[in-house]
Design a binder for this molecule. Sequence first.
Ligand code: PGA
Length: 322
Amino acid sequence: MPECYARSCKLSARPGQLTISCAVPVSAAWPLQMVETDGGIRAVDWVWCDAASGRAGAMVPLPADTQSVRGRGIEVIIAANWKMNPPLADAAALAVAYAADSFDGVTRILFPPAPYLVQMGVRLDGTDMLVGGQDCHHNASGAHTGDVAAGMLADCGARVVLLGHSERRADHGEDDALVATKAAAALSAGLDVMICVGETLDQREAGSAEAVVTVQLEGSVPAGIDASRLMLAYEPVWAIGTGKVAGVEEIAAMHAAIQRWLAKRDLASVPILYGGSVKPGNADAIFGVPDVGGALVGGASLKAEDFNGICSAGARAAAARS
Ligand code: PGA
C-alpha cells in the first residue's frame, strides 16, 4: 500500500480507497499518481484537504488536448497577476474570497507565484477560476536552476501561462524571440498562452507606440499558433502599477491596431486584454472599449473587494455584449 506522510498527516491508498488522516487541521496537497515520461517522473493527480473550508478532493490535470481556456464560450477574461505577492497566509485568504464568488460571462484566471500554484489550485478547485503560471522556461527540463518548465506548471494544475510581461522583459532581459520559444514550449505542454505587449512612455511620446507593439507581436507570437490557445494582453508599461491608466481613446486605437494585426494572420478570434492600473472605478469604461476582451489586473487583484468589483464590471460588459 503506497503511503506518504506530511508532518502530522498520513495518506494511504489502496485500489478503490483513499484515506487521509490528520492529527491537526491542515491545508495540503499530495501527489497521488506518478508516471514516467521522457522528461522524467511526473505527478499526474493530486489529492488535497483544506482546513479553512473543511473540503477535500482530488485534482486531476486535464489532458493536453483539453478545450482551451477560452473554449468555454465566455466573453470577458479577467486575470489576477499577483506578481511576487502576497505572503502565503494572505494568498490563501484571498483565494478563499475569490472562490466565494462567480460572475456570469466572465472567465477568471489567477496567476499566483509558482510555489503557491498547487495550494491555490486546491483552494479554487470546483470553482470557475483557473490557475496559471507567471512564466516558464523554454526548455522542457534540464540544468536551469531556479526556472520552472511548462510541463511542471501543467502538472501543478496550471491551464495557461503568462509570457513576455514587461517586468520579465525588463528584469530578465527577455526579448521577443525568447518569448516565442517559451510560448512554443508552453503549447507543447498543453498550456494556453497569454502574451503581453506594450510600449514605454518614451516610445509613446515619440509616437512609435503602435510600431513597437507590432514588432513585439511579430517576434513574440509563434507563427502558425492555434488561435484558440492564444490570448494577448496590451499593457502600456507606463500604466503598470503607476495608477496612470491609458485613456479610452489610446486603448481603443491600440486594440484596433492589434486586432488588425491578428486578422491578417487568421487570428481574429484571439481576445486582447488591457492591463495597467485597472480598478473597479475605471473597469466599466475600459470594458466598454471595442476590442477589449478583458483585463490583466496586478495591484487591484491583491484586494478581493477590488478584484470582485472589476469582475462585476466584466459581467456587466458580457451581458451588454450578448
Ligand atoms: P497593475 O499591473 O494592475 O498593478 O498596473 C498590471 C500588470 O502588470 O499585469
